[in-house]
Ligand binder design. Sequence first.
Ligand code: 4AD
Ligand code: MG
Length: 472
Amino acid sequence: MKTSAHATSRTLVKDAHRATAPREHIHLQGWVRTRRDSRMLSFVELNDGSCLRGMQIIVNATLPDYASLMQRSATGASISVHGQLVPSQGSGQRWEVVARDYTVIGEVDAAYPLQKKGHTLEFLRAHAHLRARTNLFGAVFRMRSRLAFAVHEFFQQRGFYYVHTPIITASDCEGAGEMFNVTTLDLATPPRTPAGEVDYSRDFFGQRTSLTVSGQLEGETYACALSNIYTFGPTFRAENSNTSRHAAEFWMIEPEAAFLDLDGDMQLAEDFVTHLIRDTFEKGAEEMAFFNQYVDKGLISRLEFVLTRPFQRCSYTEAVRILDAATTHGRVWERDVKWGDNLQSEHERFLTEEHFKSPVVVHDYPRALKPFYMRANDDGRTVRAMDVLVPGVGEIIGGSQREERLDVLLSNLGAHGLDAHEYAWYADLRRYGTVPHSGFGMGFERLLMFATGMANIRDVIPYARTPGNAGF
Ligand code: 4AD
Ligand code: MG
């Protein structure tokens, strides 16, 4: 038996709060959130980020060096405390720690930006390297970690294999031209072709490459071998849209399943979203209660509602009819919508928040709006696409059944102005044992916005990359 207090290993605050009996020795390490001094003792709130709550440390004035220790224990200082875990005298917590040995590890200088008063989200974005030390961002990023785990859990339980698709790629999956180039060429004097264009054949990869906008195409090749796969990785889009829901670097989850049609795909998407929300209720109750109180008072009731009722489904054509009817009843839009137009965020929000008042899956979009790989319907005008729209966020998932017919795929490539040569490997899947298959992509940050009520994508990713901003 070790008897020295110093020999006890560190306990995390979240485990200390779960104690069922007092403990003679406990060792905590963390950062000072607040300190309150009275005549004979000080109360120091230690937070180590392991959970929302901190631990109250009682420091008696009889401790050696008491005055100097407390003077150095300002908000933000790091401390190490050995002491006794005892039932709390105060209200609001079960346990507190009476310090026996108290050390200041790192002092904090007077410029520490996080003081007790509340800070705006803008201020905290400018201090992104420190914001995880606040209650709000601690909660967001614990939630992010837990949900990432739940993503894997969902697919692993269903027999989906995790595939690592490349980050550097030569193909533009979405065909939208929103790619960040990857090059080692000297931008001031790049090699040029006789025609005067940049000669990428002399670049690092011998061809023009970019950061991936989606792992789908490579994912399809693995689904057509392992049957059910998913990817979960960083994704890049050089969209110059400064909105609260777009980031230039975000994390996407892309399942892909062979022998699955669009109906099955929509069901998979619904099961996935509800699994993640249920997991949040089960394992993130403390954070949920916090978000519901401080971020979005309707959060819990909205998410509970999502779990009680199947997602609504509605074709694009039907959606346009609903929007039309709303216009007829006096609804005014920033941009009107007619068949063939992209649904704008305001339309998507109307459908999910006001019309259906629940998550809704819109399917069978006009062919002209969608990428080359989506399966054409017999009507010649629409493709087997689907988007999942949720209240408060709008589009959280986009997916489709894939075109498995070689001739149709090749003609689509042509119609989209893509070089069939570059997509030869993708077309091969349709030559060698083609199968109907489907998949979708979920923006992990969009999911987090939905699950936390946070209104800006910049506040659910540790270091946001948006137009004009790549700090930290
Ligand atoms: O709808 P998208 O563009 O679909 C695809 O990329 C398909 N290849 C997916 C597939 O079928 N495997 O993107 C999928 C999702 C969107 O619904 C959205 O949640 C998220 O990715 N997303 C973004 N999230 C944050 N910032 C951006 N700029 C995003 N662009 C898309
Ligand atoms: Mg989309």
